[in-house]
Design a protein around this ligand. Structure first.
Ligand SMILES: *Cc1c(COP(=O)(O)O)cnc(C)c1O
Length: 401
């Protein structure tokens, strides 16, 4: 059945928490304190499938369970296939390990000169500043360390990491991630950003965060003021399904945008969640309406217990094909595989080019029509233009007089 949505509607309201005073509901500390973190709490609100129960019982050995009340409201409790539900409620699939899976599938620990710093590409570093998130994505690429369910005991060393960046003039781009960096206090973020800004060779600072999606209340005017002061700070958010694009997220994105934070989005291609061209197109359109530029669609990393989320790469390519040329170019992200072992993000694209020779390139457009672009120039035979005619051509440029 093709995906259908009410394009005019933006979900809003307190849902199950009708009776909570609005000042609590809009308070991010309240949202964090009232997260759903246990099987018992979940079952108080909804009936779980046996698969989900089994997943919840295992979660504390893999990746903690946590869902903010705000995000929980987006779950369709009557539908076990709800795309929001599958992202945050553990399922038995998490207990199923596969041979190709790895704890650290991107080889981050090998490329880590200081705890919390990953320096894989010469000109940019990934700065992991916490192992905590507002809610936990069941397909988390860093589940080895995030939430500490696997006793990784992650302890970022900010001072050492900053000194490393200071000592490496080739680092021009710092990507702050985690965990979710926006769980740090305003004071800590202010401090980190000002320290990074003071490093002359750091010309690009960005934050990767799903807080706008899980906890839009955290995007306070005070926080936005910090970004404004240290700007430009770029941000990649993480939205996977159009249902996550609520009025609250839209408002949070607006606050960030108006503070001068350019926004991008990273989605993960997930089985039964967004492995559908209509769903992806609807998502990309919603993102643009929220001033967010789709940046990446990731093929799922080979994390332990992640196989039940895995989508065939051919499906991903088909989705890009359904976007390119069929909608706004800004709505088409790059589909990438983060190379297992630590080779970086590599685009996987539909093939449009059929042939390249010294003479021409032969390619097809989004409708499958074939085109040719000559690479060789063929001069027209005949007399060259006279001096007079040549002057005419040049003077012709002065017509604006
Ligand atoms: C994703 C990533 C980056 C940034 O990649 P971009 O393509 O520049 O967005 C840098 N370092 C590491 C280790 C990463 O995983």
């Amino acid at each position: 059945m093709p995906y259908h949505e009410d394009r005019a509607a933006w979900f809003q309201g307190q849902g199950l928490w009708q009776d909570t005073p609005a000042r609590d509901w809009h308070n991010w500390a309240w949202q964090l304190q009232n997260r759903i973190t246990t099987l018992e709490q979940l079952e108080r609100h909804m009936t779980l499938t046996p698969e989900e129960r089994a997943g919840c019982l295992f979660a504390n050995q893999k990746l903690a369970l946590a869902i903010t009340p705000y995000f929980f409201n987006l779950i369709d409790r009557d539908n076990p296939n709800c795309p929001i539900r599958k992202q945050v409620i553990p399922r038995a699939g998490e207990t199923q390990l596969a041979r190709e899976e790895m704890l650290d599938s991107l080889g981050e620990d090998e490329h880590s000169p200081v705890p919390g710093l990953v320096h894989r590409d010469p000109d940019r570093v990934l700065f992991l500043v916490t192992d905590r998130c507002a809610a936990y994505c069941r397909y988390c690429t860093r589940s080895r360390l995030v939430s500490n369910a696997q006793h990784y005991d992650f302890h970022p060393e900010y001072e050492r990491a900053l000194r490393y960046i200071e000592a490496h003039p080739e680092v021009r781009d710092v990507l702050i991630s985690g965990g979710d960096p926006l769980l740090l206090s305003d004071k800590k973020l202010d401090h980190l950003l000002s320290r990074l800004r003071a490093i002359k060779h750091v010309e690009f600072i960005r934050i990767g965060s799903r807080i706008p999606v899980f906890l839009p209340q955290r995007i306070t005017p005070e926080l936005c003021e910090i970004f404004k002061q240290h700007g430009p700070i770029w941000m990649s958010i993480h939205v996977n399904h159009p249902k996550e694009c609520t009025q609250a997220l839209k408002d949070a994105c607006e606050r960030l945008s108006f503070a001068g934070v350019p926004l991008g989005n990273q989605s993960v291609l997930l089985k039964g969640i967004n492995d559908d061209a209509d769903v992806m197109k609807a998502l990309m359109h919603r993102l643009l309406r929220m001033r967010v530029r789709p940046y990446y669609i990731y093929q799922m990393d080979l994390i332990t217990g992640g196989a039940h989320f895995k989508v065939d790469v051919r499906k991903g390519i088909e989705i890009i094909k359904a976007l390119r040329g069929h909608t706004t170019g800004y709505a088409v992200p790059q589909y990438v595989i983060d190379a297992p072992g630590g080779g970086g993000k590599v685009p996987v694209n539909p093939d449009y080019v059929e042939k390249i020779t010294d003479d021409e390139v032969v390619f097809r457009n989004f409708e499958g029509k074939q085109f040719r672009y000559p690479l060789k120039s063929t001069p027209i035979e005949g007399a060259p233009p006279t001096d007079e005619a040549a002057r005419e051509l040049v003077v012709g440029g002065a017509l604006i007089d």
